[in-house]
Design a protein. Structure first.
Length: 503
């Protein structure tokens, strides 16, 4: 890729202040037309704040922004869009209840004399979806009924519906399977051939190697390196720049196999159109990983075990006792806890303090005579914050202000306080930086070693194999392999999920 075709964007000395926090402390960033510029850094490094400044959502307190060599101000997202800057956030901003086409053209609808031209909008939406390799998504479908991967595609189509010259993608692959990621990369390459620039944010360094042109690394709100050629920069150097130290990307050693009675028993569990005949057991101390493509039924299996979905057939037992199907309350009472894929929307009360989030599943413990014992509630939360090394350690801090890794620890703390026996983890390291991943891996193994039965779903096959003692491969809603993790490799898993043959 030729990056000498002209500087599109220049940001110099960008400063952003929040009460008591200097979120950005003199950030520099140059983006050239036709390149994929990767923005890296641990959670809390300033990436999200920087792209909100670039998208017009935040106003900088210092520094300069130039677009095609001319100084500009971006007072709001509409001003950024008029220049040709579109942002696809990790937390998608689609409107449930509106159709796919209505979401794509929201704010610049196809209309004439005040009347909507739905046929024209649907036709244009279909063309954009086909360009993205997803002609099966119907423009008239309610976007709220789409899976996470489908919503990501609609959000990308919305960005492309404008005359964009720069697209900012914040963790775009987080909800995509490997085939979808490769399709996304083909779209990105097509865009860069048209001299569209992409700012790509991801924690997955293998993706950076595949799609990136240059790299800028942020740490503690500062630019520690910018414009590094991806091809010439070793991964170890990128990690050192991000963390300030060298990190070995390794998984904790697997625990000893236990011969105790199963703690979790799933037998012949099925839901029409989602999965069928799923059976497995998890003993105390085991970490069982579910591997498969997005849409294979992995998350639906966890949610059914948790009681959030009613099964068509089958049973779930904890400690030999059957759990009433289709009831979250019954599952929690039996000792089942779930850390869902979308922790911000499905697990956390973002505007509430960390303490309230931790005790959310154990309110009965802190109530007496109709009154909540606030002192006991606070002490319990503080103990778990120390035990799990949640940072910052202030239990009065709103959950929304924590990094992804620390938010995940808060959800884990909730189930530890509840005293759960079975822990279901759906994408436990999604949106978590490489340093925090190592901490979460170690914590999962420590919890298993303490006697919990753990089930993990991850889109990263390396993570499923490295973290688990046993792996179940799911294809089209069926278990096609159940075996020890050390006897399975990534190629074998890929063969199974793509071919779908029962081993």
């Amino acid at each position: 890729m030729d990056t000498g075709s002209g500087k599109l964007l220049s940001m110099r000395g960008i400063v952003k202040l929040f009460p008591g926090v200097r979120a950005l402390d003199g950030i520099d960033l140059d983006v050239t037309a036709g390149e994929v510029h990767c923005l890296l850094g641990q959670n809390g490094a300033g990436k999200s704040t920087l792209i909100k400044v670039l998208s017009g959502a935040h106003q900088p307190d210092g520094g300069e922004i130039a677009w095609r060599g001319e100084p500009v101000r971006l007072p709001d997202p509409q001003a950024a869009m008029r220049l040709g800057i579109a942002t696809i956030y990790q937390e998608l901003d689609l409107v449930d209840g509106l159709s796919v086409a209505e979401n794509i053209f929201l704010g610049h609808e196809h209309a004439h004399l005040g009347f909507s031209r739905r046929t024209e909008a649907n036709r244009a939406a279909a063309a954009l979806l086909k360009r993205l390799g997803h002609p099966e998504i119907r423009p008239t479908t309610d976007v709220g009924g789409l899976p996470a991967a489908g919503k990501q595609i609609v959000s990308m189509a919305r960005a492309l519906s404008h005359d964009v010259r720069l697209i900012i993608m914040d963790e775009p692959s987080a909800v995509l399977d490997q085939e979808e990621v490769q399709r996304l990369f083909r779209v990105i390459r097509d865009l860069t051939e048209e001299e569209v620039a992409v700012v790509y944010i991801s924690h997955r360094l293998d993706e950076i190697r595949q799609i990136g042109t240059r790299v800028t690394v942020l740490k503690d709100g500062r630019t520690v390196a910018t414009g590094l050629p991806v091809a010439d920069t070793p991964t170890s150097e990128i990690i050192r720049l991000m963390t300030g130290r060298a990190i070995e990307y390794v998984f904790p050693p697997r625990g000893e196999t236990t011969y105790a009675e199963p703690l979790l028993e799933v037998e012949n569990l099925s839901r029409d159109g989602e999965f069928s005949g799923v059976s497995f057991q998890v003993r105390p101390g085991e970490v069982v990983g579910l591997a498969g493509l997005v849409g294979s039924g992995r998350s639906e299996i966890l949610e059914t075990i948790y009681g959030a979905r009613a099964p068509g057939t089958g049973t779930v037992k904890v400690g030999g006792k059957r759990v009433r199907p289709g009831g979250v309350g019954a599952a929690v009472a039996a000792g089942i806890g779930l850390c869902p894929e979308e922790r911000k929307s499905q697990a956390l009360f973002l505007g509430e303090p960390v303490s309230r989030n931790i005790i959310a599943a154990s309110l009965g413990r802190f109530a007496r005579g109709g009154f909540v014992r606030l002192g006991a509630e606070r002490r319990s939360a503080e103990n778990l914050v120390r035990e799990l090394d949640i940072r910052p350690s202030d239990v009065d801090r709103e959950a929304r202000t924590l990094s992804g890794g620390n938010q995940q620890k808060v959800v884990l703390a909730r189930w530890l306080l509840r005293g759960c026996k079975v822990l279901l983890l759906d994408e436990p390291t999604r949106g978590v930086d490489i340093g925090a991943r190592s901490e979460i891996y170690a914590l999962i193994h420590r919890l298993a070693a303490g006697g919990l039965a753990v089930v993990v779903v991850s889109s990263e096959i390396e993570e499923v194999i490295g973290l688990s003692t046993r792996v179940l491969v799911i294809s089209d809603g069926a278990v096609v392999l159940d075996g020890p993790a050390e006897s399975i490799d990534e190629h074998r898993v890929l063969d199974l999920v793509l071919e779908g043959e029962v081993a």
